[in-house]
Design a protein around this ligand. Structure first.
Ligand code: CDP
Ligand code: MG
Length: 739
């Protein structure tokens, strides 16, 4: 049920659908490819210049019609009109009257904390103001970090439009596996993780004159670590300006951390928001949300609705139910536009949420947490808040990570409500009781650094030469045991030696923007001579498993198609098989369509794969093929993921080897009917049970081969009720050395 299906398209029922769809895909992919040089998204598409029109024509894509001179003129004059509207919008933002003060403050102080309501213009305007004020005059860049990739991309696109430049030229973005910048780029948006990696190649951020750590209140792991890193370099780069920008009331805390840096407050424009609670707890909040949406739509004056859900699956479910109910109600209602927003949303669809609602219609935006502060959608009057979000949680006792749905904090609830009062007085409908708000919600969300696996972060810091992690300048330090566990894991993977120093292997692992286990598996593919297959598997795993397409009315066909890809060994090999077959068709769209494979995900996997191959060259690993030897491939995977091993126990359940936790094979896995004795899983997902997602069959003796320092032969014997082995000894000693 937590599969990621793609919304079935109404048009699918039309004649010529396949041809049309193909043309459309071609069009998108042309725009996408073109995007590397210039125009990127649909939203920019009506903002084309002559050369761009010509470029698209030159591709001679079926479906693109020749534009007449008249049409060209119209396109260009529409662009001019848009330009004027844009200027007006820019001047109406709350930050606008403070432009000069802000520039003066940046000139005066090296570090500045900026606080302002979401939507006041911090992210889109500040880099432009600083650009106007000459901060890029000496060939240096203005950088701005975002915790979320969608935000980085969409904000960059917006700013490119506002500045009248092509995305990727003067204004660009860089996110994991996708760099849309050039030598001309002066304003660069990036995810916090990307900046983290830039430190590896350029520890003093020499390319930047200003670095903005935006959405600081989100307190993601990467942002938290960046605080320490930028604070440090600010000392020996007095010419570097640092802006820490945040939406909520953490400003004092940030100021204290940055040695009393001044706080620049942008007065918010805020309209009152009435808050409503349910009288009794809701059993099914998705259902409650859809009912509320329709009630608002039927009874309340026009104004858009924003609904907070926890993830893509929920959003799609909600969208489906809504569409069905709206269809049933037919012409009794005004038009309701349903728009999803989540982080994997294809970029060409992101633009839609920012388009103005047509007169007489109402927009309902179904969003994840991303709309809480990272993205501002104009004209929201109603907010529906079920009170949950998805969180990555890490159990430092068991070392297990899983994605779970948890209640939000009061601070989050108030941010969400605030979204309703940006343009006029609004209403927020909380799908929980006032009692629950008061007594069950925590005041603040726990920062990520205190609740997730630090393996990745520790590896990066070690690669930056920061050995003493215990005394690293953290805004809020991570729990000691999480740090120990990360060190221990990196030690077991061979990335650190017993002094806690980075090994040669660790240094090579740090080159890859993936978690340490995946990095290890990539490097192990050298030994097992299967790098070609392993990079493909990594790329396929990185697109979040959203490979198979399972439209509701064709479930049987889709499942049959999926089963046709099954091949011995397990799910990783199925993914490999899909990619290989696709590659054999010269990456055909038609083939994807016929086999119920999501073309977009495949295209992304192909991009990711290309990037990984580039990185392989950097660490000098030859991309050779195992020529069908599945054991080699599975051993390389095991060399990275030997932590994720479970053994069959009673009743079709599995127990994890180290901590004896009960887990199940996911029903979508090809091993679901097989239940091999030993399995390796890629990740755990908690829905109704703790499920292993993407599993392969392994042999227990491989564990002794790939991780002799982690597994002892006796734990791999086939009797049950083993005591927990003592493996912590060395890593603890190591931490003492670090101390
Ligand atoms: O960063 P902050 O929350 O202060 O505001 P912002 O993201 O700079 O947004 C300022 C304005 O730009 C808002 O009115 C947004 O609706 C608009 N915007 C947009 O139209 N498209 C985007 N991709 C991002 C922002
Ligand atoms: Mg912002």
């Amino acid at each position: 049920e937590d599969d990621k299906y793609e919304e079935i398209d109404e048009r699918e029922k039309q004649p010529n659908y396949e041809q049309k769809k193909w043309e459309e895909e071609q069009m998108h992919s042309a725009i996408y490819r073109f995007g590397a040089k210039g125009v990127k998204k649909e939203e920019d598409y009506d903002y084309v210049f002559d050369e761009q029109i010509e470029f698209i024509q030159a591709l001679q894509i079926p479906g693109t019609k020749e534009l007449s001179l008249k049409e060209k003129e119209r396109t260009v004059s529409e662009a001019q009109k848009k330009r004027m509207d844009l200027d007006e919008t820019k001047r109406s933002l709350p930050i606008y009257p403070f432009k000069d003060d802000l520039i003066a403050a940046v000139k005066e102080y090296q570090v500045l904390i900026i606080e302002g309501e979401t939507g006041s213009g911090k992210t889109t305007q500040i880099p432009q103001y600083l650009n106007d004020a000459g901060f890029t005059a000496d060939g240096k860049k203005i950088g701005c970090t975002q915790p979320r990739r969608v935000a980085a991309m969409s904000v960059a696109a917006r700013v490119a439009v506002e500045m009248g430049v092509k995305l990727g030229n003067e204004v660009g973005y860089s996110i994991r596996f996708e760099d849309c910048t050039s030598e001309r780029t002066i304003i660069k948006y990036m995810t916090d993780g990307t900046l983290h990696r830039e430190f590896l190649s350029e520890p003093d951020l020499q390319a930047y004159s200003v670095m903005i750590i935006d959405e600081a209140h989100e307190r993601t792991l990467h942002t938290d670590i960046l605080f320490g890193l930028v604070k440090d370099i600010a000392r020996f780069r007095p010419d570097l300006k640092l802006l820490i920008s945040s939406a909520t009331l953490d400003a004092e805390k940030f100021s204290a951390f940055f040695d009393g840096a001044p706080i620049f407050r942008i007065p918010g424009r805020r309209f009152p928001v009435d808050i409503y609670y349910t009288k009794a707890p809701e059993a099914d909040y998705i259902d409650a949300a859809t009912v509320s949406i329709l009630q608002i739509h039927a009874t309340q004056p026009l104004g858009d609705i924003l609904v907070f859900l926890t993830g893509q699956e929920e959003i799609e479910t909600c969208q489906e139910i809504l569409q069905e109910r709206v269809k049933r109600l037919g012409s009794k209602l005004k038009e309701l536009m349903i728009l999803p927003v989540y982080s994997n949303l294809p970029s060409e669809m992101q633009a839609k949420i920012f388009e103005p609602t047509p007169p007489g219609a109402r927009k309902v935006v179904l969003a994840t947490n991303i709309a809480e502060t990272s993205l501002t959608i104009d004209n929201i009057i109603y907010v529906i808040d079920p009170g949950f979000c998805k969180q990555n949680n890490f159990n430092s006792r068991t070392g297990m990570e899983s994605l779970i749905v948890v209640p939000i904090s009061k601070a989050s609830a108030n941010q969400r409500a605030g979204r309703a009062g940006r343009v006029a007085a609004g209403k927020c409908f909380r799908l929980y009781t006032a009692w629950a708000y008061k007594h069950e919600l925590e005041d603040n969300t726990v920062p990520e650094i205190q609740r997730i696996n630090l393996g990745n972060a520790v590896l990066m810091l070690k690669a930056l030469g920061i050995n003493d992690l215990v005394h690293f300048d953290f805004l809020d330090p991570p729990p000691h045991e999480t740090l120990v566990l990360a060190l221990e894991q990196l030690y077991a993977l061979g990335a650190l030696n017993h002094h806690g120093e980075l090994t040669k292997l660790g240094r090579r692992m740090a080159e890859f923007p993936v978690d340490p286990m995946m990095a290890k598996m990539i490097l192990a593919s050298e030994k097992y001579k299967c790098a070609d297959e392993i990079v493909t598997i990594c790329a396929m795993l990185s697109v979040n498993g959203a490979i198979f397409y399972r439209p509701k009315d064709k479930i049987i066909h889709a499942d049959t198609a999926r089963k046709n890809f099954f091949c011995p060994g397990g799910d990783h090999l199925v993914l490999l098989n899909v990619y290989k077959q696709w590659a054999d068709t010269e990456f055909s769209t038609q083939w994807c369509y016929e086999n119920f494979i999501q073309y977009r995900s495949m295209k992304r996997a192909r991009d990711v794969r290309e990037q990984l191959v580039g990185l392989m060259q950097r660490v000098e690993i030859e991309v050779v093929s195992a020529e069908g030897d599945s054991e080699k491939i599975r051993k390389a995977i095991t060399a990275g993921y030997f932590y994720h091993i479970a053994r069959l126990s009673k009743g079709g359940q599995y127990k994890t080897v180290k901590h004896n936790q009960t887990v199940m094979i996911h029903p979508n896995s090809m091993l679901f009917e097989d239940l091999p004795r030993w399995v390796l899983y890629h990740e755990l997902v908690f829905t109704t049970k703790e499920f292993m997602r993407q599993t392969i069959e392994i042999e227990s003796k491989w564990l002794l081969e790939v991780a002799p320092h982690y597994y002892k032969a006796r734990e791999l014997e086939d009797s049950t009720n083993k005591k927990m082995p003592k493996v912590l000894g060395k890593a603890k000693a190591e931490l003492q050395v670090v101390n």
